[in-house]
Structures are given as structure tokens and as C-alpha cells.
Ligand binder design. Structure first.
Ligand code: BGC
Length: 439
């Protein structure tokens, strides 16, 4: 066995990621809050409640993040807090965000701020949100307000988190708060409006902060047909991959809407991103013909699955996603990567194998500038409530008590040393030694 150290560049961003609704608690003006109150929407009717109580005590988890050795964190702002009623901006909420952002700087943690992460003000939903053209003006105005209030503290921005997941879960799957008109036609319209919101926000930020880096966090999955499938099944998997992974970024690149979203150009959309943010979790096998669902629920023997059969652990996919994203000729950040694993049985090896793939990509000079692990601490997992735990730090929502998982210790060693080493594999995932450090 070779003893080796895989070094990362000195300016690499070692981060974690969270979203406002999932950690802050008591976001009572959000559509998610209303949705949670009706039985049957959230697994076991769990409630977000205080969540991780970040609205009051984010600084304590930021202390942990600093101790872990991270130098970056991706968080989101809750629009429904900042503008609880149309045109009524809450300065106290903006002040609290200033405190949190300042607390990050004080701890050497660079903020990356997301403007929209799955949650809407209730008043916006009443106006039809992404099915009404007016949303673009509202989003632009919210962005302008936020940039004026917080911009000096925020070097990196994500306009929209996972637009295609959002549309799929809300309009087709019904697992996210219902839109006024569910269904595919309405979902396609929403994608068009989300693209327009993105373009408007991009320019609003850049006008006030020309040096800021602005992008999206694009969920990117590997979609494949099973190797022994027909040619048409492989073609179908490629179409799904194009629709889910590529279409959004292609439109951002050339400014054109395309089938199935629409036609024509969107003003300001072409080239409206300074980096590609990739949220990578897993690989899916695509079914053909797609009777009873798009994705196969069958897995090969020996496939490593995360909690609740939530997804295959497939580290090669993060390399494939990075390789694919190089076609956009922009810096790349891994804006999310993680897995639900309450007992922390898989997360240590997950971290090592995924980061090894990131390192491999960097070794080929692919411009990966940072990695933000989802998540720092267990948080409210949308329609799955508290049943899934993604944290490097375990958190009990009843008591708010925290405890580092073993993977938190490992990530800390990785961040402090900016490397992956044989000793880490020996200590945290000896089963990887033969494949990770052969020789
Ligand atoms: C979302 C997060 C979510 C994570 C794990 C991502 O799709 O951006 O909000 O918690 O997946 O499910």
C-alpha cells in the first residue's frame, strides 16, 4: 500500500451549506410553514418548529464550523422574513442577517448567499408566484434591497437553488407546497419565470457589486440506462439528463429559452453567471418505457445505499458532473454534496471518496474552486421532516443538543490539512485503503 497525501490548492474553499428555512426556525410567513400545518404533507407530520434555532443562535454553530477548519459557508436568506408583506421590508430581519454574516467574517468563514432556496412569502404565493410575470419585478426588488443592506459582506451569490428540482417537486411530484396550478404546463411556465428572475437578480447584484461572483446552484445527477438496455433506452436517458441537467445552464449561457419551456430570448440572460454551482448527490437509472415513473427503483446487488434507500453512493458521479460542467468555461463550485446517514456509517467513506474525485478533477486542471458539504448540522429536511440526517454535527431537534459525528472529525482534519491522507483512510474508512491508495 502506498502512503500518500492528496493536496488541494491553498485557496480552495472548504465549506458547508445550509438553507434558511431548514435551520432558522419559526419562519411563519413562508409557504412551507403553512404547508407543514396540514397533516399528510410532511413525513410523520413533523414540524420545522425551532429548526436549528439559527435565528437566535447561528453564532454557536458558526463557532463549530470555524473549529472544524472550514473557511466558507453557503447559507440562504428567507424572503418571507425580509419582506413579510408586499413592499414592507423588515429592517430588523436585515440587521439580524448582517450580524450572522459579520459573525462568519469574524471567524474566517466566507459567505456564499442564496436568494431563493425553495421557500416563498405567503403573499407572493397568493399572487401566483412563478406562474405570474409579476414575480420577476418582486424578485428584482427584493434582491436590490438585500444587496443594498448586506452586499458589502457577501462576495459570492447564488440566485436560485436547484430550479429544476424545485419545479419537479412542486408542480409534478406534489411534495412541495402546492402552486396555484400544478402540472407540467404550469411547471414549464415557472421555469421560464425562474430564468427571468435569475437574470434580473444577476444584473441587480452586478450593478451594485461589480466584483461579486454570482451563479446558481444546479442540482446535477447522473442519469443512465442500465448497460444492457436498448439503444432507445440510452437515448431516453440522455434526453432526461439534458432536460434536468443541461437545459437550464444552456439557456443561461446563450440567453435562449428552448423546448419545452418556450421560445425566444430573455433579456439579460445570456452569460449571466460567473460560476457554475453543482449540487451533486447520486446516480439514477432511468426506466424505459417510463411506465409508472421515470426512475427505476431497482438496484444491483452490492449497491451502497444511503438511509431509507434514498440514493446510491456513487462517487464517480461527482467527477462526471464536474467534467461535464467544464463545457461552460466558468469556475466550478460544489455547492452541495452529502447524504442522509443518521448513524454515520457511510459518511466518512463518502467524504473521502467524493473528495478524492474532486481532487482528481483538479489534477486534470478542471477549475473546481471549492466544496460545500451538505450539511454542517442536521436540519429540517423538507417533506421528509426530521427523518433524514445530513449533518456533520448531529442535532436533536427536541433538546437542540449537538454532537460532532465521526465524519465531522474527519472533515475537520481534511479542512485543517487541506488534503486527504492514507492515515485518514486508516482511521476512518480502512475498507478504502486498497482502492484509494493502491500500490
Ligand atoms: C437541497 C437541500 C436538501 C438536500 C438534501 C438539496 O436538493 O438543496 O435543501 O436538504 O438536497 O435533500
Amino acid at each position: 500500500m502506498a502512503r500518500a497525501t492528496m493536496f488541494f490548492p491553498p485557496d480552495f474553499r472548504w465549506g458547508t451549506a445550509t438553507a434558511a428555512y431548514q435551520v432558522e426556525g419559526n419562519n411563519t410567513n413562508s409557504d412551507w410553514w403553512a404547508w407543514e400545518q396540514e397533516d399528510g404533507h410532511i413525513r410523520h407530520n413533523h414540524k420545522s418548529g425551532l429548526a436549528c434555532n439559527w435565528w437566535d443562535t447561528a453564532e454557536q454553530d458558526l463557532d463549530e464550523a470555524a473549529e472544524m477548519g472550514t473557511n466558507a459557508h453557503r447559507l440562504s436568506l428567507e424572503w418571507s422574513r425580509i419582506e413579510p408583506e408586499p413592499s414592507l421590508f423588515d429592517d430588523a430581519a436585515l440587521d439580524r442577517y448582517r450580524q450572522i454574516l459579520q459573525a462568519m467574517h469574524d471567524r474566517g468563514i466566507e459567505p456564499m448567499v442564496t436568494l431563493h432556496h425553495f421557500s416563498n412569502p405567503l403573499w407572493l404565493v397568493a399572487k401566483g408566484d412563478f406562474n405570474s410575470g409579476i414575480v420577476v419585478d418582486y424578485f428584482q426588488r427584493y434582491t436590490a434591497k438585500v444587496v443594498a443592506a448586506l452586499g458589502d459582506l457577501v462576495p459570492k451569490w447564488v440566485t436560485i437553488n436547484e430550479p429544476m428540482v424545485y419545479v419537479f417537486m412542486r408542480y409534478l411530484d406534489g411534495k412541495f407546497p402546492a402552486p396555484s396550478r400544478p402540472g407540467w404546463a404550469s411547471g414549464r411556465e415557472a421555469i421560464g419565470h425562474l430564468l427571468r428572475c435569475h437574470a434580473a437578480a444577476y444584473h441587480t447584484i452586478k450593478e451594485q457589486l461589480p466584483e461579486a461572483e454570482v451563479g446558481v446552484a444546479k442540482h446535477t445527477a447522473v442519469f443512465q440506462a442500465r448497460p444492457d438496455s436498448s439503444k432507445i433506452a440510452h437515448w431516453w436517458a440522455e434526453r432526461i439528463s439534458w432536460l434536468f441537467n443541461e437545459m437550464w445552464l444552456a439557456s443561461m449561457q446563450d440567453g435562449r429559452l428552448r423546448w419545452p419551456v418556450g421560445r425566444g430570448r430573455v433579456k439579460g440572460l445570456a452569460g449571466s453567471f460567473d460560476f457554475v454551482g453543482l449540487n451533486y448527490y447520486t446516480r439514477h437509472y432511468v426506466k424505459f418505457p417510463p411506465f409508472g415513473g421515470l426512475l427505476s427503483q431497482e438496484w444491483d446487488d452490492g449497491t451502497i445505499m444511503s438511509d431509507g434507500n434514498c440514493g446510491e453512493v456513487y462517487p464517480t458521479g461527482i467527477y462526471q458532473a464536474i467534467h461535464w460542467a467544464t463545457k461552460f468555461n466558468k469556475p466550478i463550485f460544489i455547492t452541495e454534496n452529502g447524504l442522509p446517514d443518521r448513524e454515520d456509517q457511510l459518511r466518512p467513506s463518502f467524504l473521502l471518496t467524493h473528495l478524492r474525485e474532486v481532487w482528481r478533477a483538479i489534477s486534470f486542471c478542471f477549475p473546481v474552486m471549492g466544496y460545500y458539504h451538505w450539511s454542517l448540522v442536521d436540519n429540517f429536511e423538507w417533506d421528509r421532516g426530521w427523518t433524514q440526517r445530513f449533518g456533520l454535527i448531529e442535532m436533536d431537534p427536541e433538546t437542540q443538543e449537538r454532537q460532532w459525528r465521526s465524519s465531522g472529525q474527519l472533515y475537520s482534519e481534511i479542512c485543517h490539512s487541506r488534503s486527504l491522507t492514507t492515515q485518514m483512510a486508516e482511521r476512518y474508512a480502512p475498507e478504502l485503503l486498497a482502492t484509494m491508495f493502491p500500490g
